[in-house]
Ligand binder design. Sequence first.
Ligand code: FE
Ligand code: MN
Length: 360
Amino acid sequence: MQTTYTIGSKSFVLDRDKAEAAYMAKKIINGRETMYFNILPLKYQWAYELYKKMKSNHWEPEDIPMQKDCEQWQSNEISDIERWIIKMGIGYFSAAEGIVGDNLLHVIRESVTAPELKLVIGRHAHEENIHADSLIYMISSLGINPHEAEAMFDDVETIKMKNNFVVGNSKNLRRGMDLMITENKQLLAKNIFLFGQCMEGTQFYGLFGMILALYRQNKFPGIGQMFRYTLRDESNHIELQRNLLMDLVEENPDIWTAEFRQELTDTMVKAVKLEKAFIMDCLPLNAVGLSAEEFIQYIDYIADRRLEGVGLKAIHPGVKNPFPWLAEMMDIKKEQNFFEGRVTEYQKASALESVDDDEL
Ligand code: FE
Ligand code: MN
């Protein structure tokens, strides 16, 4: 008995019994382990769709002109605080992008079993490589000493604390955990929440806000553009990790105890505290039209959205978004003439429809 299976405009004829068996064997964790990359039939449709979406957002740092940024970096029109914010951005993200990519490959991808999940996680890790590469491009364009950027991981206490907060968790999970045990499932679920919602979802947003606030004042346009692309990528990463966590919990309801939910909320509270201390380091005084208080409120607002996204209660219900402009700036698709320099368009219309058979 055969059955026709479709993805976008493509259809495939599958043997019904085999397709059903393959489908049933697909699980977030503890599913069938196979060397074959048997994507069909898809069980986690969102994972494949997100993979296509992420691929259509592809960008390369060298496409973005940096002349104006270099001029401003050298000139008097930029204050020391503005330079400090850029340095903090480069210093923090140089470490953070690598940490996220490393955890994805060594903890999350190692633990999940369905091939379409491995596919999208591989793309996520690659995007962290692009982000790391964009920081190298910024460092080389501005003539910053790479050792100086690296030294910030240790010398800036608030960066060190944010990094330690996630690295310790990640390292502890590299030991071939038995994922039939509830406690181990919870450790993995917490890792996915910590990296996706607390780190990428919340602790990246202080700097995103500050650097894009400068960009809005026409300061560092090249760096600002790269951060807009990065932010668009991060929003897909947050969604990927959110879906992964939700499906993991749905398949393994033993994870989602009241105690565990409280543990996740407490983890977010810690993440927010570290991010607020970091913001105070970035903005020692309310200069250049940026108010530390507003950034702190923004973090409360963002953290609550992340908590609600995974079905947890907000910590500060009713807190207002102090930067409504930021949400618009993050949405690149709405803007028509985003590329001012070299015109490179990776975005393909309806990427899902244009999949070739040999790509699958
Ligand atoms: Fe990233
Ligand atoms: Mn990311």
